[in-house]
Design a protein around this ligand. Sequence first.
Ligand code: DGT
Ligand code: CA
Ligand code: CA
Length: 574
Amino acid sequence: MPASNAEIAAQLDKIADLLDIEGANPFRIRAYRRAARLVGELPRAVADMLAAGEDLDDLPGIGPDLAGKIATLAQGRAPPLLLELERETPPGIAALLAIPGLGPKRVHALHEALGIDSVAALRQAAADGKLRGVPGFGAGLAAKIVDALAGGAGAAPRTLLAVAEQTAQPLLAYLRQAEGVSAAEIAGSFRRRRETVGDLDIVAVAAESAPVMRRFTGYEAVAEVVERGPTRATIRLRGGLQVDLRVVPPESYGAALCYFTGAKAHNIALRQIALDQGLKLNEYGLHRGPRRVAGATEADLYERLGLRWIPPELREDQGEIAAARANRLPHLLTLDDIRGDLHMHTTASDGRTSLRGMAEAARARGYAYIAITDHSRRLRMAHGLDAKRLAREMEEIDRLNADTPGFTILKSIEVDILEDGTLDLPDDVLSRLDLVVGAVHSRFDLPPAQQSERLLRAMDHRCFTILAHPTGRLLNQRPAYALDMARVMRGAAERGCFLELNAQPERLDLNDAHCRMAKSLGLKLAISTDAHGDAELGFMRFGVDQARRGWLEAADVLNTRPLPALRALLRQRR
Ligand code: DGT
Ligand code: CA
Ligand code: CA
């Protein structure tokens, strides 16, 4: 698979980091940093440039050697230099870079002075008060590092759900082929569809556990067998993800699946309900004295406890048990309810698929409509559209719409919300669009009151429709910018605007709590993929998962509406 420019830039930065940690020649390090920035800001995908036969060493500051490495990275492969640096650098060292206050130079200094090569070693040195002795480490920096460690920095990173899924599905298929296995499922946070997972928890059903355990620990991607017993084992895969396996007999499958799906707080609440009825609940079943009264299926188990079966996404002890008892569980949104996608890019800005290609892919998914939302001019890095280029795109949309009855491309833009809340295109341009998706791409650092004010000001514009990725967070990379979400949501509802639940796996922005807040305020959300290529339209299901965690039903979501009803909702604004 070809790598995106962002991925290539990240790898170039990694080479620079590792060279820096090693204490390499500063000029060499700077060349990689400069190349990373250059690639990150290119208006076109490196993979496309290479496919078009263009020479990368025509780019400023890129010689033949760097061009070769960039080409290798663009093919999704690691150049030999990177592999060599990774081999030479102790595996724990790279994790130190994630600690606030520590860059490659300081990591190098810590390694030289104290031999620190892992977060654990850093923690120990900090506890022993040794950091202040390292050249360049004053009392202030040492205190900052101690605080960061106490605040959870350097803890094992959680894996994005979408990434974990790529590892989990082949492993699950492999286990289902084990001798004597009649069923296997992934439980835990993965089944609850949390946006990130700490580890995977698999429950497999077999009368005899030994062959399953053998097959599990013999999986080809295993880096280490961490623990191994007769019916349970833990492995660490080469990518770093840990997997727990539990093998149970058929009569315990439902109880084990329920127990290992959690969340822990949900389990504790269920166990209390059992106790109140004189029953005992554990991962083997629901028991009255020595007799098992339920456990083969989850449905039996919940029923025996006087509850409706609870969808895993709701099992967080957030009121779902009371709702299940009163038969008031929500009819959660499903992927089938989605009729269109209201945020996506084309090759006109920073997408990888043409307008026609995006429309065809959306039609193939069974959608009735999409909105094309390329970037606006201010985002030069993303080749943002000015009024003239947008007008040309609108003409092409008219032509495509005329050719495809029963499918509608809505005219839109992802307009940049400027620092003062004004929009990055003139009113007469915006007023010709079917909807306007607005987003913040700068000044994430404003104080919360000012940030909220900025968003409300943007929504004051009579053309504004949907606020995209409302908090700007990138999971494991960038925190949400500070804002008063309740105020922004109330403001949106008052103005007849909507918020987006962005379905990109590293955004999932809004989170589950925000979804519930929106629902309680009567604010409808658009679930949109923000696709930058036709395949990314498939991210919709991650958005739906997140919406389900937020208790949303089809009626709470804008793009479950047929087109006429959607248009009516959009018109409330004008
Ligand atoms: P994660 O892995 O951090 O994303 O989150 P989970 O929810 O997958 O947690 P994990 O892997 O530690 O445990 C899997 C499930 O096992 C968890 O959702 C509930 C259950 N579980 C784990 N520890 C306990 C416990 O001490 N008591 C109870 N009742 N259940 C537990
Ligand atoms: Ca887990
Ligand atoms: Ca686990």
